[in-house]
Design a protein around this ligand. Structure first.
Ligand code: PLP
Length: 455
């Protein structure tokens, strides 16, 4: 099929995700046909640097034959077996590897197929856990404003982005959204005194501590642009949860498997959560997999709860043999190739390159992030403090950036959730040459934006 035919058929038959009607009607969505390392190739043969690792997931880069062969070997041997009342070697191996890498006694993994399902599973686990302890009234969830936790109805209820919740209201009415950490990072004085912490305590007091099941938070929040927590924030979340018998869920769908330079993002911030959700990087995007890792005593409590003990939850594809074989191969490759060390040693180079771009471009308001996970918040002119108008923001996101991706040969993601932003999340195997090409591409995008938007 040539490009025109591919695009025509996509327009007519393929239901696109989170795609605006005008973009769909325009029928000119890029079609990618091949990947190689940190690069993608479109149907016209153009090569692009994949600056977002697909969607924050292709951490080891594209088209690695070792990962592909782990999947095919498993499919030859046993293409399908379930984790309902039985087990199979790749799921056992991957769960064991995760137990080894996860902090504290986070030792048991329930596999599912996506990040949304992982969040859904965590929601259900915390409810049933409290039930098993004679506290069925603990049903309410606290999560943060502008945080994205997925699209299924439970996960969407935890999500705090009004624009994507609104068409489906009323969602679960048991979720309270509290302020995120925008504007507070680094050393901001005692974390217990921060507004974003005090508001959690206020909500708990309003709702009644005995009614709260869990607090959900990402180590670094993606929605609203790579919000790095202030010092002591996660210890405060842990303290609050411990004081009130609430479970702490770290949603690490993006922030695990090396994106921040560690296996699990929460470990960087000095608090061990009760549950960790993961997905994306666990298979480097080579197969759909998600999961929730749970502290062992919680699992024992739930499964020991009388004759009805056990987790009333499951999915046909949960822990699929091919997907878990791919996850084991991903983890082993990350270890053998010191991928975390690559992120740790190059994060300063990436960060200082982005900071340089902020200095030289008036349209950069702020750079936030850590590891290989950054947001560039955009404005019209930093010198005068002029923000983009709604019309300018639309133009930047719908015209200027997509054209700049084509022109520069670097694919990133524009984001309009709460501000106009450019998200940066390269494959974790990127070396300085790749990072320099990425920075040159971003430089070009910011230049295009400044040509389009007057100072
Ligand atoms: N949670 C977080 C923190 C995410 O970033 C995402 C997706 O980006 C999800 C959950 C949902 O994951 P999925 O798209 O695999 O359902």
């Amino acid at each position: 099929m040539d490009t025109a035919e591919l695009k025509n058929k996509a327009r007519r038959h393929l239901g696109p995700h989170f795609t605006r009607g005008d973009q769909w009607r325009g029928g000119d969505m890029p079609v990618f046909v091949r990947g190689e390392g940190c690069h993608l190739f479109d149907s016209d043969g153009h090569r692009f640097l994949d600056g977002l690792s697909g969607l924050f997931c292709v951490n080891l880069g594209h088209s690695r034959s070792d990962i592909v062969s782990a999947a095919t070997k498993q499919m030859d041997l046993l293409p399908y077996s379930t984790n309902w009342g039985s087990a199979h070697p790749p799921a056992i191996e991957t769960a064991s590897l995760i137990a080894e890498l996860a902090p504290g006694d986070l030792n048991t993994t329930f596999f599912v197929n996506s990040g949304s399902e992982a969040v859904e599973s965590a929601l259900k686990f915390v409810r049933q856990y409290h039930h098993s302890r004679g506290q069925p009234e603990r049903t309410k969830i606290i999560s943060r404003e502008m945080a994205y936790h997925g699209t299924t109805m439970g996960a969407l209820s935890v999500t705090g982005i009004p624009k994507i919740r609104q068409p489906f209201e009323p969602l679960l009415n048991t979720v309270r959204h509290i302020p995120n950490t925008l504007g507070v990072s680094g050393d901001c004085g005692p974390a217990s005194q921060l507004d974003c912490i005090r508001r959690i305590e206020q909500v708990i007091a309003e709702e009644g501590p005995e009614s709260i099941a869990a607090i959900f938070a990402e180590p670094v929040q993606n929605g609203r642009g790579a919000l790095v927590p202030p010092d002591g924030y996660w210890q405060q979340l842990r303290r609050i949860c411990d004081e009130h018998g609430i479970l702490l869920v770290s949603d690490e769908v993006i922030c695990s498997f090396g994106r921040l330079g560690s296996w699990f993002g929460s470990a960087r911030y000095g608090a061990t959560p009760d549950l960790v959700t993961f997905a994306k990087g666990s298979t480097s995007g080579y197969a759909p997999l998600g999961g929730v890792v749970v502290r062992e005593p919680l699992v024992e409590q739930l499964f020991d709860a009388g004759s009805r003990g056990g987790f009333t939850h499951g999915a046909t594809w949960g822990g699929h043999p091919a997907a878990t074989a791919v996850a084991a191969a991903t983890i082993n490759a990350m270890r053998e190739e010191s991928v975390l060390a690559n992120v740790e040693s190059r994060t300063t180079h990436l960060r200082s390159g982005l900071d340089d771009l902020q200095r030289t471009h008036r349209c950069v308001k702020e750079v936030r992030g850590t590891g290989f996970f950054y947001a560039i918040e955009l404005m019209a002119d930093r010198g005068t403090g002029r923000e983009l108008t709604d019309e300018q923001s639309r133009r930047v996101l719908r015209e200027v950036l997509p054209q700049a991706f084509q022109r520069t040969g670097v694919v990133l993601r524009g984001d309009d959730r709460g501000a106009t932003m450019l998200m940066v999340s390269p494959p974790l195997i990127a070396d300085n040459d790749v990072l320099n090409a990425l920075l040159r591409g971003i430089d070009g995008m910011l230049t295009d934006m400044e040509h389009a938007i007057p100072a």
